[in-house]
Design a protein around this ligand. Structure first.
Ligand code: GLN
Ligand code: ZN
Length: 765
């Protein structure tokens, strides 16, 4: 049945990817920063992208405006609020110069002067997008600078679109920022709200009807003070002349549900993908003239929506709410690639299951028509959708009974080493015979132009497999000889053959697919192309053994096998929505476990399993951390712990916070963990010390992000600080992370100093 046209629900979007289907934005940003193009060219491309993006959204009742950014939308908001860090205030140049100075530490024109440190960057909620952290201090004064937003509004209207400005809301803005002094961000609220009020008034003066005000902090755990801030803020912003759509996403409102529904706004957007069970309650709590916008298409994954299933539950809601129901994707589409139509090489069957931003909007259009005109009006679309979903549900490429059986058979014993750490350590000491303060590196050596060229030629079919293999073996031999000459104790093969630590494994596992243009913005001009985990995971053959075995054959020193762990592979992929993440992780764990055991059989005595992204999977709410950590750590244990006591398992994590997860880290039970510490003066080790972390640790002593060569004394000093916290017998000496982004000319002297530092330390014992 269909609704009366007067009761029509509205269709809108929360945000669109700004990078362009072919990463056009990235290329002009980088050309501009290198001085190859001027500001006018950059701005022209940006305007062109906005135009295309709005075009792609045409037909929607409301189109987001202000979501486009030349770097980051949070930084845009800081500029709109006149909140520039003191260090760039007063520097000459245009507003764009200032903008890029905060974003990158320099403007395009700062060849040698005016370099300031860039704003800190951090993860946007639980996504892999990174925003520039707003900075606050006692000196912070807000002042309205609405020009960017107003000009985009005018631009969209001139192109015939009905625009809905998008703003990051005041409470989330303050919550995401950091004070550089003792200032409490919340204490700035009173000063901030008049600026928002003035902005809303100016939008009202331009006859803007609706403003989308993003408050994703409402899906996180908030202290009573922050909850109160919401009440204050939206009381002040009420009656501003525009209608506010309070927009929440990335999760459920939980204990903030009543709060969100009691704020003085004209509508609320709820992420019905993650908070489907809250729809009914929110619907009941909202006032009779408030709009409920439901995010019914997942803005975080690349799968087609089950449209019939959505309609089954959405139709009754639409009947109840009539024009008070709006529909949209669950969140901004910033987190998915632009357009599936660009894909030429993706397997046709897998392709038929996918939807990128453009296709997700098409889905919303179909749902909207079905609601307003009845399902018959879109019968063909719904049938096609059902057909694609059925094919995915029943495809043998997705469902592998052998893998499912293996997962079902997992028990705790699989994750257990034969003996406790102390016994293993003694056995490993006898076998490996390493000195005190053993030296090693984290895995990769410089990915030179030559290596990249060879890989590209091989991929394009211009270089035969045997020749490619020979080339990579030369690189491995070179890396081994360098390490021997430096006197390192535990060597690595250097990872020359790997493009990326996740893609390399994904390409060799069954159950993974790769897009050509499935780029998603990570930060600024940096984009990532997450592999697509679509099916049950299995490992048809060994993936790294031949390379490691070859490397070991070149030297008498121990050669570390080098793998990426299941949690990191999972967290850096687009994952399935038809089974829990934990199951996909277990499947990955079983596949990588086979690789670990094959390496061991091939005579590799030390195996490193990188888990750089373990922390990235932490849920937004702390109350859910324990559940995630339980299956994530268990997956690591399944991967790692099927080896003999004499085989030494290493893990590596290059993020810098262990305080709240130390128990989980200890439970991983890796014989050695290497971490990034060089920039924190070893303070990161405090928590390992306090926790009495029992196993060995390699705290990074060499900041690999910088081209500087760390002096011997500096590394000795850092290791002495480490030894105040961790007994020397359990310390390793290594860089913070892999060296693939460095040059050999930097790496050799730095590692020479590192090896010399270890000698100084040993002699002093
Ligand atoms: N083994 C990887 C490397 O050395 C680790 C990279 C990482 O932790 N991000 O490059
Ligand atoms: Zn690292």
């Amino acid at each position: 049945m269909s609704l009366q046209s007067a009761d029509k629900s509205r269709l809108h979007n929360l945000g669109f990817p700004r990078i362009g289907a072919r990463r056009e934005l990235k290329f002009v940003q980088e050309a501009f920063w290198k001085g190859e193009i001027g500001e006018a060219d950059l701005l022209a491309t940006a305007a062109g992208l906005r135009q295309q993006n709005w075009q792609r959204q045409s037909g929607l009742d409301l189109i987001p405006v202000g979501d486009f950014s030349l770097y980051d939308q949070v930084l845009d908001m800081s500029f709109t609020l006149g909140n520039l860090p003191a260090r760039v205030q007063g520097l000459d140049g245009s507003e764009l110069d200032q903008f890029f100075r905060v974003a990158r530490g320099r403007s395009a024109n700062d060849s040698d002067c005016h370099c300031v440190h860039a704003g800190e960057m951090t993860k946007w909620f639980d996504t892999n997008y990174h925003y520039i952290v707003p900075e606050f201090s006692a000196e912070t004064r807000f002042s309205l600078n609405p020009n960017r937003l107003l000009s985009h509004l005018e631009e969209a209207r001139a192109q015939g679109h009905s625009a809905k400005p998008v703003l990051l809301g005041p409470v989330t803005y303050l919550l995401l920022g950091k004070a550089k002094d003792e200032t409490q961000p919340l204490s700035l609220l009173a000063q901030l709200l008049p600026v928002y009020a003035e902005l809303l008034k100016q939008l009202a003066d331009k006859d803007v009807e609706w403003v989308q005000i993003d408050e994703p902090a409402l899906v996180t755990e908030l202290s009573p003070e922050w909850q109160a801030a919401y009440r204050t803020a939206y009381a002040v912003l009420a009656n501003s002349g525009v209608k506010l759509l309070l927009t929440t996403y990335f999760g459920q409102l939980g204990e903030n549900l009543d709060l969100a529904c009691s704020l003085q706004v004209e509508g609320v957007h709820l992420d019905a993908i993650n908070a489907g069970h809250e729809v009914e309650t929110v619907k009941r709590r909202l006032g009779a003239d408030q709009v409920l916008s439901l995010g019914v298409v997942n803005g975080r994954n690349i799968w087609k929506t089950d449209l019939n299933k959505v309609l089954d539950w959405l139709e009754p809601v639409a009947r109840d709410l009539g024009e008070r129901l709006w529909i949209a994707p669950s969140c901004s589409l910033l987190h998915v690639p632009v357009d599936l139509d660009s894909e030429q090489t993706l397997d046709a069957e897998v392709l038929s299951w996918l939807a990128f931003a453009q296709q997700k909007l098409d889905e919303i259009r179909v749902l909207h028509r079905a609601l307003n005109e009845g399902r018959d009006a879109v019968a063909a679309e719904l049938a096609e959708n059902r057909c694609a979903l059925n094919s995915r549900r029943s495809s043998p490429r997705v469902h592998n009974p052998a893998v499912q059986k293996a997962v079902a058979a997992i028990d705790v014993a699989l994750g257990e080493r034969q003996s406790p750490y102390l016994r293993r350590a003694a056995l490993q000491r006898d076998k490996l015979n390493l000195p005190l303060y053993p030296t090693t590196t984290i895995g990769s050596f410089p990915q030179t132009q030559d290596i990249r060229k060879a890989r590209l030629a091989f991929k394009r079919g211009e270089l035969a497999a045997v020749e490619y293999e020979t080339r990579m073996k030369q690189e491995i031999e070179f890396a081994v000889r360098q390490q021997e000459a430096l006197g390192l104790d535990v060597l690595v093969h250097g990872e020359a053959e790997r493009n990326d630590m996740v893609e390399y494994f994904g390409e060799q596992l069954d159950g993974y697919a790769f897009s050509q243009f499935g780029w998603v913005q990570s930060y600024g001009s940096r984009c990532v192309k997450p592999p697509i985990l679509f099916g049950d995971i299995s490992r048809p053959r060994a993936m790294t053994v031949a390379w490691s075995q070859y490397a070991q054959s070149l030297t008498d020193k121990p050669m570390k096998g080098m793998l990426t762990g299941p949690v990191t592979i999972l967290n850096w992929s687009f994952v399935r929505d038809d089974q829990p993440r934990s199951i996909s992780c277990q499947q990955l764990a079983l596949a990588i476990r086979e690789e670990v055991q094959d390496l061991e059989r091939a005579g590799i005595d030390i195996i490193q399993i990188d888990e750089a992204a373990l922390r990235e999977g932490l849920p937004l709410r702390r109350s859910q951390w324990a559940e995630y950590l339980a299956w994530a750590v268990e997956s690591f244990r399944i991967t790692a712990n099927g080896v003999a006591d004499t085989t030494q398992i290493h893990t590596h994590m290059c993020y810098s916070e262990f305080n709240d997860i130390i128990e989980a880290i200890a439970h991983m039970d890796a014989d050695v963990i290497t971490i990034e510490t060089s920039r924190s003066d070893m303070e990161l080790l405090d928590v390992f010390d306090e926790f009495h972390y029992p196993n060995e640790i390699g705290p990074g002593v060499y900041d690999i992000h910088s081209p500087n060569i760390p002096p011997v004394e500096q590394m000795v000093k850092l290791m002495r600080l480490a030894a105040q916290r961790i007994p020397a017998e359990r310390l390793w000496v290594n860089p913070d992370c892999g060296l693939k982004t460095r040059q050999w000319s930097e790496v050799i002297p730095a590692l020479q100093n590192m090896v010399d530092a270890a000698k100084v330390l040993r002699e002093a014992e």
